[in-house]
Design a protein around this ligand. Structure first.
Ligand code: HEC
Ligand code: HEC
Length: 333
């Protein structure tokens, strides 16, 4: 991570803290600020694109197929299913609160949500399409052309406008006001004693060293398997794939723990289905600590207080294709 980004991160964390200084507890985790929508028409367009399967070659796969907003913004599969039933290489992270992460993807290879959004459309294992064809589809549909014209001032739009709208929509996918956030803001009754003891264990045993900030994660890249190695058949190299530095091998962006109750299975290889097992593995592999059953249950109870208010999505009704729209091609070799 560049120094610049660290500074920006530190600054924005401080600012978030200052904004609520009187009401936020002095811990290395901050509540999610409520979302402010400044460009409602763009958000609406981004939502349509997020749900539109015609951005895929098959005409069947949308962003929502793998980041299902009815299911915590993920697909709850070990790894995703893409074009022609392709087996994805890695577990699909949630899109919820992803705007609050320092970078996108497990290895952080996209700096921004906009940069990220161009990837899946062209990825043969995901939507299997091309940007040119995706734009041809959208330009063949007058309602879309009209919307791009109104919002971007041109009917000559391309992939940059498409990914910009999707990114602006994704910025609205935050989940404020979880019970833990209510507690952070000073409501002592928001957590049970059992949950609070889970949070204290999370703090004192060192989970918070990596899972911190607004997202309880997403602030750094860390090695998976510090005290003991993590065994997996998944070939992902982690951060080393971006930096080329050997020491970054098997470092991954620390995932957010927001809504983690909804985003099983866990870890980049999706190998672990329960929070009980995930907490046990994290304790042993990252901290060299074995939790007894009660301690583990307390931490799991705390983690479930991180489920926030899910974005309320009114399903967008998409304009029909026209005679000029390229036809979907689900089965061709
Ligand atoms: C076929 C399944 C699939 C489809 C379709 C798909 N994604 Fe993803 N998405 C993934 C997987 C898998 C990853 C993780 C890839 C990696 O880290 O290497 C991912 C990562 C992301 C991330 C990064 C989140 C984070 O915290 O790192 C965002 C944001 C995202 N996708 C948004 C989108 C958008 C927007 C679309 C539609 C244009 C889309 N995805 C389509 C499977 C999919
Ligand atoms: C040294 C940094 C570090 C520490 C300490 C740490 N974690 Fe993690 N955590 C990570 C990383 C990195 C991952 C992703 C690893 C992977 O997918 O291969 C992760 C993943 C997780 C996941 C799975 C999330 C998902 O969506 O896949 C959970 C749950 C979790 N950690 C909880 C904890 C708990 C509870 C503790 C304390 C017992 C803890 N972590 C301590 C770095 C850390």
């Amino acid at each position: 991570m560049s120094t610049f980004k660290l500074t920006v991160l530190a600054l924005s964390t401080c600012m978030a803290f200052a904004a609520h200084a009187e009401s936020v507890r002095n811990v290395p985790v901050q509540p999610i600020p409520a979302v402010e929508i400044t460009e409602p028409e763009k958000v609406e367009l981004g939502k349509m694109l997020f749900f539109d399967p015609r951005l895929s070659r098959s005409g069947f796969i949308s962003c929502n197929s793998c980041h299902n907003l009815s299911m915590g913004g993920s697909d709850n599969l070990v790894s995703s299913i893409g074009d022609k039933w392709a087996q994805g290489p890695i577990n699909s992270p949630t899109v919820l609160n992803s705007s609050l992460n320092i970078a996108q993807f497990w290895d952080g290879r996209a700096e921004t949500l906009q940069e990220q959004a161009g990837g899946p459309i062209e990825n043969p294992l995901e939507m299997g399409f091309t940007h040119e064809l995706a734009i041809e589809v959208l330009r063949s549909i007058p309602e879309y052309v009209e919307k791009f014209e109104t919002i971007y001032g041109t009917s000559d739009f391309g992939i940059d406008e498409v990914t910009d709208a999707i990114a602006v929509f994704e910025e609205t996918l935050v989940t404020p006001n979880s019970r833990f956030d209510q507690w952070l803001r000073g409501d002592d009754d928001a957590l049970t004693d059992f949950e609070l003891e889970g949070w204290e264990l999370f703090m004192t045993s060192g989970c918070v060293a990596c899972h911190n900030g607004v997202n309880l994660g997403g602030t750094s890249f860390q090695k998976m398997g510090i005290v003991e190695p993590y065994h997996t058949l998944n070939p992902a190299e982690g951060r080393a794939a971006v930096t080329g530095i050997d020491a970054d091998r098997f470092s991954f962006k620390v995932p957010t723990l927001r809504n983690v109750e909804l985003t099983y299975p866990y870890f980049h290889d999706g190998a672990v289905w329960t929070l009980t097992e995930a907490v046990d593995i994290m304790g042993r592999l990252q901290l060299g600590r074995v939790y007894d059953d009660e301690e583990n249950a307390k931490i799991v109870a705390f983690l479930k207080t991180l489920t926030g208010e899910q974005p309320e999505i009114v399903l967008p009704i998409l304009p029909p294709s026209t005679d000029k729209t390229p036809k979907p091609d689900p089965w061709e070799e």
